[in-house]
Write a protein that binds this ligand. Structure first.
Ligand code: COA
Length: 335
C-alpha cells in the first residue's frame, strides 16, 4: 500500500469555494412533480429515510463548467491568488457537459488561464473528490506542481428518472473547489494520508449505463441503484477505509476534530460515525440542504464548514466517500 512518508513536499488546503444552483427544490416540490405522474412520495418518507429536505437543480445556463468555475473563483478569491498561479486543474465529475473535452479544460478556458497548465477530469463518481485529492497530493509531494485546483462538480439532475421515486429524490447539483498548495517547510498542516479502493463486483448495483452510438443514446441514461445493497456495502467499506487512512496518518479517531462524509444519506453518515466512535457533533452534514451531489458533496460541505468557522487551522479532518463501481476512499488532513 502506498504511504505518504517518503515525499519531498507536503500538500495543504489553501482555500475553498463552492456554488449551488439558484433553483432550490424542496421535498414538497417533488411530491407535486411526482403526483403529476401518479407517483406517491412524501416529505416524511424522504426525510426519515435519507435526511434530505432540499436539493438544488441547475438551470440550463448553470452548466457543470459554470458551477465549477464559480466554485473555483471563490476559492481563488479566498486564497487571494490569480488564476494564472494555478499549475494543474483536476475536476472530479461523472456528469460532464460534453463527451470531450473535459470540464477541467473548459474551466481553464473560463478562468482565462494562458499558462498551458494541464487540466483533466477524474471520473470516480461519488468518490471522485477523494480520488482527485489523492492525485493532486502526489503531484505536490513529488514536486511537480505548487498550486492545484481540485474541483468536484456535478449535474446529477440531468440523469434522474422522475418515474423512479427510489432514486430521483436523492440527488442534487452543485460544485465545490479546493486549492491544494505546497506547504512551506515549517508548516505541519497538510494531507496526512489518502486511501483509495475499487471493487468491481458491485458494478451493476449503481450505474447509468447509456452510451452514444451512431449519434443516438443507447441504453438507460438514468441513475439505476439497488439502494439496500448500496447501503449495506457503504457502512462497512467506509469504516474500513477511514480506519486505514487514520493508521496511515499515525492518528486515531480521538485525534479527529471533524468528519466530512460523502453526503449521500444521513443514516449512512451517522452509522459510519458511530462505528468509528465519533461524536455526531463532529460530523459536517449538509445532506439536508444539498442532497447527494456526488463528487461535489465533500468539497461543498468542506467549504460550508470553513466559511462558517467550524473548521479551523490546525484541526484534523477526516473525509470519506463511497460510490458507484464500487469505489471508495478516505483522506486525513491537518487543515
Ligand atoms: C434509497 C433508500 C433511501 C431506500 O430506503 P429503504 O429503506 O432501503 O427503502 P426500500 O428500498 O426498502 O423501500 C421501502 C418502501 O419504500 C418505498 N419507496 C421508495 N422510495 C420512496 C419514495 N421516494 N417515497 C415513498 N416511498 C418510497 C418502496 O417502494 C418500498 O415500498 P414497498 O415496501 O411497498 O415495496 C436507501 O436504500 C438508501 O439510502 N440506499 C443508499 C443510497 C445511497 O446513498 N446511494 C448513493 C451512494 S453514493
Amino acid at each position: 500500500m502506498p504511504t505518504h512518508n517518503n515525499h519531498q513536499y507536503t500538500a495543504h488546503i489553501l482555500a475553498t469555494g463552492s456554488y449551488l444552483p439558484r433553483n432550490q427544490v424542496s421535498n414538497q416540490d417533488l411530491v407535486s412533480l411526482l403526483a403529476e405522474k401518479n407517483i406517491e412520495t412524501s416529505h416524511e418518507w424522504i426525510y426519515a429515510r435519507t435526511g434530505i429536505s432540499f436539493r438544488h437543480y441547475a438551470n440550463d445556463d448553470e452548466t457543470n463548467t459554470y458551477m465549477a468555475y464559480m466554485a473555483a473563483q471563490q476559492a481563488l478569491n479566498m486564497a487571494n491568488m490569480s488564476a494564472e498561479s494555478i499549475d494543474l486543474i483536476i475536476v472530479a465529475t461523472s456528469t460532464p457537459d460534453h463527451l470531450f473535452p473535459g470540464v477541467a479544460t473548459s474551466v481553464q478556458h473560463k478562468l482565462g488561464i494562458k499558462n498551458c497548465c494541464p487540466a483533466f477530469d477524474v471520473q470516480a463518481v461519488c468518490s471522485g473528490f477523494i480520488y482527485a485529492m489523492s492525485i493532486a497530493t502526489q503531484f505536490i509531494e513529488n514536486g511537480s506542481y505548487e498550486n492545484i485546483l481540485v474541483i468536484g462538480s456535478e449535474v446529477f439532475s440531468r440523469l434522474l428518472n422522475f418515474e423512479d421515486r427510489t432514486t430521483c429524490v436523492l440527488f442534487g447539483d452543485g460544485a465545490g473547489a479546493a486549492i491544494l498548495s505546497r506547504a512551506s517547510s515549517n508548516e505541519t498542516q497538510g494531507i496526512k494520508s489518502c486511501v483509495l479502493h475499487t471493487d468491481a463486483s458491485g458494478i451493476d448495483m449503481l450505474c447509468a449505463k447509456a452510451h452514444v452510438k451512431n449519434g443516438s443514446i443507447v441504453g438507460e441514461p438514468f441513475v439505476y441503484m439497488e439502494g439496500q445493497n448500496v447501503f449495506k456495502m457503504a457502512v462497512t467499506r467506509l469504516e474500513e477505509v477511514a480506519l486505514k487512512a487514520l493508521t496511515q496518518a499515525n492518528l486515531s479517531t480521538h485525534d479527529i476534530d471533524w468528519l466530512i462524509p460523502h453526503q449521500a444519506n444521513i443514516r449512512i453518515m451517522q452509522g459510519t460515525a458511530k462505528k468509528l466512535g465519533l461524536d455526531l457533533n463532529k460530523m459536517i452534514a449538509t445532506v439536508e440542504y444539498h442532497g447527494n451531489t456526488s463528487a461535489a458533496s465533500i468539497p461543498l460541505a468542506l467549504d460550508v464548514a470553513v466559511r462558517d468557522g467550524r473548521i479551523q487551522k490546525g484541526q484534523n479532518v477526516l473525509m470519506e466517500a463511497v460510490g458507484s463501481g464500487f469505489g471508495w476512499g478516505a483522506c486525513v488532513i491537518e487543515f
